[in-house]
Every structure is written in structure tokens, then in C-alpha cells.
Design a protein around this ligand. Structure first.
Ligand SMILES: Cc1cc2nc3c(=O)[nH]c(=O)nc-3n(C[C@H](O)[C@H](O)[C@H](O)COP(=O)(O)O)c2cc1C
Length: 224
């Protein structure tokens, strides 16, 4: 069974709609178990550290994690950045190494510097030692016969994007973007399923002395 988690932040609900489409696509793959985990500002403590044991546990158990957040000021949203920074211990322990990763974003402008957000998610996944699954669909709406209803109409290669135009409720979810998200979720779960079924790869973890000391110090602190 492929265990997929979609972990995302959405302040106003637009990114949540894309997260759900991606989750539905992943869930359409036989044998895939999908959970949607929403990052909220309530999970961030007074020291600006994100913490939620339930979500952390779900992510630990996942074979693949798809990250998503809105693009704000051309980059990942603050709650999602807090979540990424809180991944220090899984980073130190290489706990997510060799899990699959993907990333999506949503913003009001057709461009809006969404790619920068996806690059941030990609770098984060690389730091975690994860395996990035790119969009996999050619860009749409980029030739004379193209249209707004084309798959991947926003032409992203790193992962799905959506563009709900601000303050127009009926346009909040562009159907082509949601279908693109669905297709991506399906592709992601299908790849993870294939890997979990066929794979015999064993994750090799090698710790440098400083990181090993940090893990030991954290364990001693937790034991007190
Ligand atoms: C502080 C702020 C910054 C924003 N920056 C961008 C931006 O850089 N590019 C863009 O296209 N839209 C930007 N937007 C619009 C949001 O991306 C858009 O409203 C998005 O749908 C919000 O997603 P959510 O409903 O999941 O929170 C910004 C909105 C806010 C409030």
C-alpha cells in the first residue's frame, strides 16, 4: 500500500481546493492511502516554532509527501515556512530520506512568481533527501490552438499550480487547474505505489559528528 500525505497551508481556502483535488487524484489509485494535513497558524507557538505531533507522525509514516501553500510576496507563506523549519529533527535523522516529494502552489496572478515558491519547496525536499516527482504533463495554452481549459494551462514543470482570481468567488477554483492537480496526484500515487510494491532499496543513513551530537542532545533533553 502506498501511504501518501498532502501537507499544505491555506489561509483563505483557495490552496485547500487544489490540495483536495491532488488528494482525490492520489486516492483514485488502487491501494493508495491518502491523508490531507492542514498547517495552520494555531500550530505555531510563541517562539514561532511549528508543532503538531499528529501531523508529524502522519508524515513520518508516509511513503510520499506532497507539500503545498499559497504564494505570498513571491514565496512560501509564513505558516508553511514555520512548518519547514520545524523539520529540523527529521532532517537531522534523515527520517524522510528516500520518501517521494512533490510541491504545489496557488496565487492570484497568472504568474505571481509561483515558480519561486515551488523552487523553495524543491530545495526543502532536497535538503530532506527526498525524491521529487515533477508535473509530468506538457504545458498547455501555449500555442494558437490552446485554451484556458487545457491541462497544465499555467505551464508549470515542477508541480501543479492554480490561479483563482482574487475576490471572484465563482472563479475561486479554475477547473483546468483542479484537473491538473488531480492528474498530478494520480501520477504521484501511481509512482509511489510502483516503488513500494517493487522496491528493495534500503535507505542508508550516514551522520556527521555534529549532527549525531545534536540528535543525542535532543534525546537527552526529551528524556528529562
Ligand atoms: C500578503 C499577500 C501577498 C500576496 N502575494 C502574492 C504574490 O506574490 N503573487 C500572487 O500572484 N498573489 C499573491 N497574493 C494573492 C494570494 O496568493 C491569493 O489570494 C491566494 O489565492 C491565497 O491562497 P489561500 O486562499 O489558500 O490563502 C498575495 C496575497 C496576500 C494577502
Amino acid at each position: 500500500m502506498a501511504n501518501i500525505a498532502v501537507v499544505y497551508h491555506s489561509g483563505g481556502g483557495n490552496t485547500a481546493v487544489l490540495a483536495e483535488a491532488i488528494g482525490n487524484g492520489a486516492a483514485s489509485v488502487p491501494g493508495a492511502k491518502v491523508s490531507l494535513q492542514r498547517i495552520t497558524s494555531q500550530q505555531i507557538n510563541a517562539k514561532l516554532r511549528w508543532e503538531d505531533e499528529g501531523i508529524a507522525k502522519e508524515l513520518q509514516q508516509a511513503d510520499g509527501i506532497i507539500f503545498g501553500c499559497p504564494t505570498l510576496m513571491g514565496m512560501v507563506s509564513t505558516p508553511f515556512k514555520a512548518f519547514m523549519e520545524a523539520a529540523f529533527m527529521p532532517w537531522a535523522k534523515q527520517a524522510w530520506k528516500d520518501k517521494f516529494a512533490g510541491g504545489f502552489t496557488n496565487s492570484a496572478s497568472i504568474n505571481g512568481d509561483k515558480t519561486n515558491t515551488q523552487i523553495q519547496l524543491l530545495v526543502f525536499a532536497a535538503q530532506m533527501g527526498m525524491l521529487w516527482v515533477p508535473m509530468g504533463d506538457h504545458p498547455g495554452n501555449n500555442w494558437s490552438g490552446g485554451s484556458e481549459s487545457d491541462m497544465n494551462r499555467l505551464g508549470a514543470f515542477l508541480g501543479p499550480m492554480s490561479q483563482p482570481r482574487a475576490s471572484v468567488a465563482e472563479e475561486a477554483a479554475h477547473s483546468a487547474d483542479l484537473q491538473t492537480g488531480f492528474r498530478y496526484g494520480q501520477r504521484f500515487a501511481s509512482i509511489v505505489s510502483h516503488w513500494t510494491r517493487e522496491g528493495t532499496h534500503v535507505t542508508d543513513r550516514m551522520f556527521d559528528a555534529a549532527t549525531a551530537a545534536a540528535i543525542k542532545a535532543q534525546a537527552q533533553k526529551a528524556a528529562k
